[in-house]
Design a protein around this ligand. Structure first.
Ligand code: BGC
Length: 895
């Protein structure tokens, strides 16, 4: 993956140079189609969806480019597709501008590669055809599994990780081979000694007793004529957490020794199929991974390595027979999503030798991930790698901000620490396989002196490998750093489910996740991970609608922290996916769940106000009433539900939830709003921001409330006085209601309390607490204050989706030309292509560049122009504040 990215960069670079000299005239993008995806993935393998989503983009940069019709072909034979024949599905020419369709052809068969292409007609009736893309179905139905679930005969407390192997012979020419592997726990898969794929921490964390995931690999080129060896190493992950902490994952109802089921499905040239599966013929042993915990670390004794264990030439006579186990859940589904990878390699910035056996590595920034250490030393030398986000006053790794919830029963499992025991056979390397940590520093201590240098350690930033889809760049370096830090925290907390922090908890805290979801969607193509996480929600929901505060959960969190201010994820995340992708799948999949959830709150709190929740978490000083903030989230859920009901043509529901939303809104305003003054409750920043942001304020009082908010902020010397719920709302509440400069003053503030305060103090990620020296709640890698990463797009760049034409089909462009900024560039790659909103000041003018992707439109709204006029070329734009734009590139001048 890392290689691929470098290559892509290099490719773009050389292409840019090439086009500079050879293609100076080739400015406009010629019409064509690109970004073909199936289930939001490019040419995926192992899809279980019965009616997968297909989507594409036009690549036409001409003004007004749009799609007027499309035609889709799907078939099993790529050649006949070329000539327009498709045996699975072909539509007629459909007059539509939609670029996302659900497959509606013949029932898809399992284990089958389908090729597809699309042709579109543009506004002149000109056609463009796509490349031939493909997707491949997986097992589709659990009855298609051949293998048994197998494990060794050890119990869940046994520490060394189990290794499995099997040798088999092949004698016919192979056309293709796929490995399907379902695991309770984590795995590494090898064929003939090669590790298959570059995924890490596979499969993703789910509620293991309700849903398990399998992963598909194309292993055609790994197999050879004659003997072949399969090797599988299993890790514990969240399935068998042996470490003890306050959430009691060691007592999870699903906990057991890791197990797996695998089918290696080989199709021969003659069309025959053979499946090599997990069964009693496999053998098992243990090896160098003597302990592994997703939460704390991994212990590796290199003296126990069994060289060649995953190859054919290996004597496994001392290995034991496996046992057959029952499947961990009745529900084994395809993992159709971006995997976790070692996305970025980060060399150590410095190393400090503390003494002969202690070194401190600094990687220069805070990340989630692992390290690779390379060292030479005597056999039996024990290296301990302790990971920390900060140093104590003597310059040693300090974990006191992150180990507070850990409850070790002895000293055998130190927090965020790997143990590496050398085999003494020369240079040896070690990287954790089944764990990750949050850190900037790695302190290495050894039982006997070893020589280490800066080059001895490399860190790997790990996360779900979602493609970046947004950029912010401004003339204020602090803002740029806040944006980067927000992305680092967002990604550090994206591991197949969104987490709160990568060190202390790694919990799927719901509140943190919905707060950060817009930031995530502006910056990364994360839909596959969120859709999977919404399935986790459905697994966790009680029949009465209640959700736990952390998801997935072992049962913890149904009694604490799970009010609507946190668990509104059930409504907010599907809604945001709809807004950002124009794809209503998640909303449809979760509709019944949102309904049960909202109904439950209605049942418990019939007057429309709910006291259920945590409130404005980690506030600076003022704390708003929980009832106030929770009821606003409850309102947001009811409103989303009413809109979803409208979308899905459920008039009774629409009526009912519109009325419910209205009732909640009125109850909030009746109790908390002083209509004469335009003040909510005590007038704290959170109390004025949340009703503005979530649309609770009566229209006629919006300006008054916003004015009060701006005044409250200015009175506080442009400093925040909010917790996480207020921080979500305050910037947009100001910039959407006439006070973008006040919002900017908060966003760019550099003294306590502010985002910039963290940055000027060296932060490379966002923190959990405004106070840097707080005694508690001070993880240095939390995303819950991360809304600012979305606000930069919304409040300054002004790129916003329109719920009436979601997925940026229609874009609401509302840039704010902040006085203190010389320039500001925002771009976002949406489903239709790249949207650009970029402005700079020069010679007393503002030059404003806009790019609207093909097949979409925008309404540009410019206010606060200080009496200046808007020109496009030399033409003055006549507008009443709104300028309608079709696709294309625009250069406005404001003077
Ligand atoms: C987590 C938060 C979470 C909070 C809920 C903390 O321990 O780290 O991010 O939302 O608890 O109370």
């Amino acid at each position: 993956m890392i290689r691929a990215r470098i290559f892509t960069k290099y490719f773009y670079f050389s292409f840019a140079i090439f086009s500079l000299f050879v293609l100076p005239q080739a400015k406009a993008q010629s019409p064509g189609l690109s970004n073909l995806t199936c289930e939001h993935l490019s040419d995926p393998l192992g899809i279980d969806a019965a009616s997968p989503r297909l989507s594409w983009q036009m690549t036409d940069s001409s003004r007004g480019a749009r799609q007027t019709a499309y035609q889709v072909w799907v078939g099993t034979d790529s050649l006949s597709l070329l000539s327009g024949h498709a045996d699975a599905w072909h539509t007629s020419k459909i007059a539509s501008d939609s670029m996302l369709v659900h497959y509606q052809g013949k029932p898809l068969a399992p284990f089958t590669r389908y090729y597809w292409k699309v042709m579109v007609w543009d506004e002149h009736g000109k056609t463009s055809s796509s490349r031939i893309a493909h997707f491949e179905t997986g097992l589709m139905n659990k009855s298609n599994w051949q293998g048994f679930w197998i494990s060794d005969d050890k119990d869940k407390n046994f520490k060394p990780a189990p290794y499995f192997r099997k040798v088999f012979s092949l004698h016919k020419k192979i056309r293709s081979a796929r490995a399907y592997i379902a695991v309770a726990g984590l795995y590494e898969l090898y064929i003939n000694g090669h590790r298959i794929g570059d995924h890490r921490l596979d499969p993703m964390y789910t509620r293991f007793d309700r849903r398990n995931m399998y992963v598909t690999y194309d292993v055609t080129s790994e197999l050879k004529d004659g003997d072949n060896a399969l090797g599988v190493l299993l890790g514990n992950g969240w399935y068998n957490l042996q470490s003890t902490a306050v959430w009691h994952f060691d007592q999870a109802p699903w906990r057991n020794r890791p197990a797996f089921c695998m089918d290696l499905r080989i199709t021969y040239d003659d069309g025959n199929v053979q499946t090599i599966s997990t069964d009693k013929s496999w053998k098992t042993s243990t090896g160098p991974v003597i302990f592994n915990s997703i939460y704390t670390g991994e212990h590796y004794d290199a003296r126990l390595e069994q060289l060649g264990w995953n190859t054919t030439h290996f004597n496994d006579s001392s290995w034991r027979t496996v046992i057959i186990r029952s499947a961990p859940s009745p529900n084994i589904v395809a993992q159709a999503m971006q995997p976790i990878r070692h996305v970025e390699a980060i060399p150590a910035l410095s190393t400090t030798k503390k003494d002969d056996s202690t070194y401190l590595f600094d990687i220069g920034r805070n990340i989630a991930g692992v390290s690779k250490i390379t060292v030479e030393g005597e056999a039996g030398t024990v290296l301990r790698l302790k990971y920390a986000e900060r140093l104590d006053s003597n310059g040693y790794a300090d974990q006191s901000n992150i180990d507070v919830h850990y409850r070790p029963t002895d000293d055998s499992d130190p927090f965020q620490t790997d143990i590496f025991i050398l085999n003494g056979k020369g240079r040896e390397s070690f990287t954790t396989r089944f764990n990750y940590k949050g850190f900037q520093y790695v302190q290495v201590t050894s039982s006997k002196p070893v020589k280490l240098s800066k080059e001895s350690l490399t860190a790997y930033f790990m996360h779900s490998d979602v493609a970046p889809v947004g950029n912010i760049h401004s003339s204020n370096p602090t803002i740029n750093k806040i944006w980067a830090a927000t992305n680092h925290s967002y990604l550090s907390n994206f591991f197949g489910y969104p987490t709160d922090c990568p060190q202390r908890e790694k919990n799927g805290w719901t509140g943190d996740a919905h707060i950060a979801s817009e930031t995530g969607l502006y910056n990364f193509d994360g839909i596959t991970v969120y859709e999977k996480w919404m399935a986790d929600h459905r697994d966790e929901q009680q029949p009465n609608g209640v959700l736990p505060s952390i998801i997935p959960s072992n049962g913890w969190g149904y009694e604490w922290g799970n009010g609507p201010d946190w668990t509104s994820t059930i409504a907010i995340i599907p809604w945001n996916l709809y807004l950002f992708y124009g794809d209503a799948q998640a909303l449809a999949d979760n509709y019944a769940n949102i309904k049960r959830y909202v109904d439950h709150i209605d049942y418990l709190y019939p007057n429309g106000l709910t006291t259920w929740g945590l409130g404005d978490w980690v506030p600076v000083k003022s704390k708003s009433p929980v009832e106030f903030s929770s009821s606003i989230y409850y309102y947001a859920d009811a409103l989303i539900l009413s809109k979803a009901a409208q979308l899905f043509h459920k008039p009774d529901d629409e009526k009912r939830y519109t009325a419910l939303a209205e009732k909640i809104k009125n109850a909030i305003n009746d109790k908390y709003l002083d209509r004469a003054t335009g003040i909510y409750d005590k007038g704290y920043q959170t109390e004025l921001s949340m009703p503005l942001f979530w649309g609770v304020v009566p229209e006629e009082l919006r300006h008054k409330v916003a004015g009060n908010l701006a005044a409250a902020v200015q009175k506080n010397n442009n400093h925040l006085d909010v917790g996480i719920l207020g921080a979500k709302a305050i910037l947009s509440a100001l910039s959407d209601n006439g006070y973008p400069e006040v919002a900017y003053a908060l966003a760019a503030q550099e003294t306590y309390p502010s985002w910039g305060w963290w940055i000027v103090n060296g932060a490379t990620t966002l923190y959990e607490n405004w106070k840097i020296d707080s005694k508690s709640d001070i993880s240095l890698n939390h995303i819950m204050f991360g809304e600012i990463g979305a606000w930069l797009y919304k409040g300054i760049g002004g790129i916003r989706p329109d719920e009436k034409a979601p997925g940026f089909k229609h874009i609401l462009l509302t840039p704010h030309f902040i006085k203190e900024l010389r320039y500001f560039d925002a771009d976002h790659e949406g489903p239709y292509g790249k949207i650009v909103s970029s402005w700079k000041r020069a010679d007393g003018q503002i030059r404003y560049t806009v790019v609207i992707p093909p097949n979409s439109t925008a309404t540009l709204h410019l206010d606060d122009l200080d009496g200046k006029k808007v020109y496009l070329g030399n033409e003055e734009m006549r507008n009443n504040g709104n300028i309608e734009l079709t696709a294309g590139h625009y250069q406005f001048v404001i003077r």
